[in-house]
Design a protein around this ligand. Structure first.
Ligand SMILES: C[S@@+](CC[C@H](N)C(=O)[O-])C[C@H]1O[C@@H](n2cnc3c(N)ncnc32)[C@H](O)[C@@H]1O
Length: 263
């Protein structure tokens, strides 16, 4: 992410009018940004300081910010699959122990939302080895990753993890495919001793199936299954309360550690 304080042509910026009206766009001097609150000539942004206010054609003001990863994920990336949202990705990253320099496996790239989150942590010396069976999702994920120049920290293979994983001694694995129990042995072989593995499932019967398969395989221990519920608040003096709307369900996260299988 950029550390410059002034906007240059080609930068991605966050246009912020209010909580619901936020856009991540690329600054192109020949283009105009248009919304229900007015039009903005993007040429006027070049040289402006990040965090400053600019008037739209209607006189309504917009703030121009440097987008964070969460802004790209919520407002910039395209999506064609179910994706892993920041509330779940944050916990998964924490439990995985990955840091800059880690070599990580990912199965099920989809739209690349989780891929971007992991790549942002392991860069600049680490790598995400990501497996995805569908070419159109690989292309979409790479377009998303490119917006943040994160593609150079990711190697995406059009492969089924059930058929094999090339890498060995990986520091952690993130698995978001419907039937990971079919790939359990390949995942086991790819990880370094004691490495953590995180699974994401939309349904609880998948969780049970995984637990059963792990019991039989014996190569993973310390299992933990959680669901993350995030509740936002409407803060107004004397009237602060939880928001009426809330995301009811995204999925279940399963954590496990690789263990040595006793003979
Ligand atoms: C729900 S999406 C993943 C979304 C992704 N985690 C994100 O945050 O954008 C699941 C993906 O797994 C892929 N997939 C399913 N089975 C697979 C397998 N055996 N090996 C590799 N990819 C697989 C699907 O094509 C799909 O793109």
């Amino acid at each position: 992410m950029l550390s410059r304080s002034r906007i240059e042509e080609g930068d991605y910026v966050l246009i912020l009018i209010n909580r619901k009206r936020k856009w991540v766009i690329r600054v192109d001097r020949s283009k105009k940004f248009s919304s229900d609150k007015g039009i903005l000539d993007l040429n006027t942004l070049i040289g402006a300081e990040y965090g400053s206010e600019v008037p739209l054609s209607t006189g309504i003001k917009a703030e121009i910010h440097r987008p964070l990863l969460i802004d790209f994920i919520e407002r910039g990336f395209s999506r064609a699959t179910q994706v892993i949202y920041p509330k779940d990705a944050g916990y998964m990253i924490y439990m995985s122990g990955v840091s800059s320099g880690s070599r990580v496996l990912e199965a099920g790239v989809g739209s690349g939302f989780l891929t971007a989150t992991i790549a942002n942590i392991v860069k600049p010396h680490g790598k995400v080895y990501a497996y995805e069976i569908r070419k159109e999702f690989i292309e979409l994920a790479l377009r998303n990753l490119k917006m943040l120049n994160l593609n150079e920290f990711v190697e995406i293979k059009q492969r089924d993890v059930k058929e094999g994983i090339d890498e060995k001694d990986l520091d952690a694995a993130f698995i978001d495919i419907p039937d990971p129990w079919e790939a359990l042995n390949n995942l086991y072989q790819a990880l370094k001793p004691s490495a953590p593995i995180l699974f994401f499932f939309p349904t609880i019967n998948q969780v049970e199936k995984l637990y059963e398969a792990i019991k039989e395989h014996k190569g993973f221990s310390d299992l933990r299954c959680v669901e993350i519920l995030l509740r936002e608040y409407r803060v107004t003096k004397g009237m602060t309360r939880p928001s009426t709307r809330m995301i009811g369900h995204t999925g279940y996260i399963v954590f496990a550690r690789k263990r040595k299988i006793s003979p």
